[in-house]
Design a protein. Structure first.
Length: 264
């Protein structure tokens, strides 16, 4: 039996503005994902699991024609309400499943899924579907949290060490290295590359941000002067770009394989 959350409302997602490193991470994740999708006049783009629709709106503002596909009625309604308050073109909102996209093969120049594929109960079929509906010369872009990042490993080790100290109080509540209850898959670079490579000829495999969620880093960068903090965040981001296995977020992009385009 499939278990899905059609009323998902992002309550378990860390707000982007809670810490300076969180804001940097989410800004970079968005910028990288949208840049690889490639907006612009005449472009037709599919945003899969579009959520509140902010990425679809950003792409529409570049002149692209965007379909925002999202199964949650609550999130779709909220996205439409927010978009209705802005002037100019809007995305086409559509409730739909990622593993059964209601489009003909080769309908889009690009398909993207940002930070959501670990919520899918059948992620490989979703990737296959994104590849199918993207034209042969187009691009599928996936970005996802890495639960084997350097930050996750360091935080787990720190907590394990703390718990081993006699009399020390254990950490309570979900930690950033714990997979939330509404996630079906715990992704790392190896798994993400293996799933994506079945249906995409990968052209881009990059990391974004390094150190997110480690308490001493989050507190420390928050206390630095703005320019110094930006420099430090950018330096670690540059390292993450070259070592995606250690990065906080992994971004992959590639062209559909012929088998994926003709499978259905």
């Amino acid at each position: 039996m499939r278990v899905v959350d059609l009323d998902r409302d992002m309550n378990d997602v860390i707000p982007t503005g809670t810490t300076r490193d969180s804001q940097y991470l989410f800004d970079r994740m968005t910028a990288e994902t949208l840049a690889l999708a490639g907006g612009g006049p005449g472009r037709r783009i599919l945003d899969v699991a579009a959520g509140f629709g902010q990425d679809a709106v950003a792409l529409v503002e570049t002149g692209a024609s965007v379909v925002a596909c999202e199964p949650s009625a609550r999130m779709t309604a909220w996205a439409q309400l927010v978009a209705s308050k802005r002037e100019g073109p809007r995305p086409l909102w559509l409730r739909g499943w990622s593993d059964a996209l209601p489009f003909r093969s080769g309908s889009f120049d690009a398909a993207l899924c940002k930070g959501a594929i670990d919520h899918f109960d059948r992620p490989e079929i979703a990737i296959e579907e994104m590849a199918r509906v993207t034209r042969p010369e187009g691009r599928v872009v996936l970005s996802i949290a890495n639960f084997e990042s350097l930050a996750c490993r360091l935080a787990r080790a720190q907590d394990s060490l703390r718990e081993g100290i006699p009399g020390a109080s254990a950490r309570r509540g979900r930690r950033h290295y714990d997979v939330p209850a509404d996630h079906f898959t715990r992704y790392d670079l190896g798994l993400m590359r293996a799933q994506a490579s079945r249906f995409l000829d990968l052209e881009v495999v990059r990391g974004i941000s390094l150190g997110w969620g480690v308490p001493v880093w989050s507190r420390g960068v928050g206390k630095l002067p703005g320019a110094v903090a930006r420099g430090a965040l950018q330096a670690l981001d540059s390292l993450a770009r070259r070592a995606p296995e250690w990065a906080d977020v992994i971004v992959l992009a590639g062209r559909p394989r012929r088998s994926a385009r003709t499978a259905r």
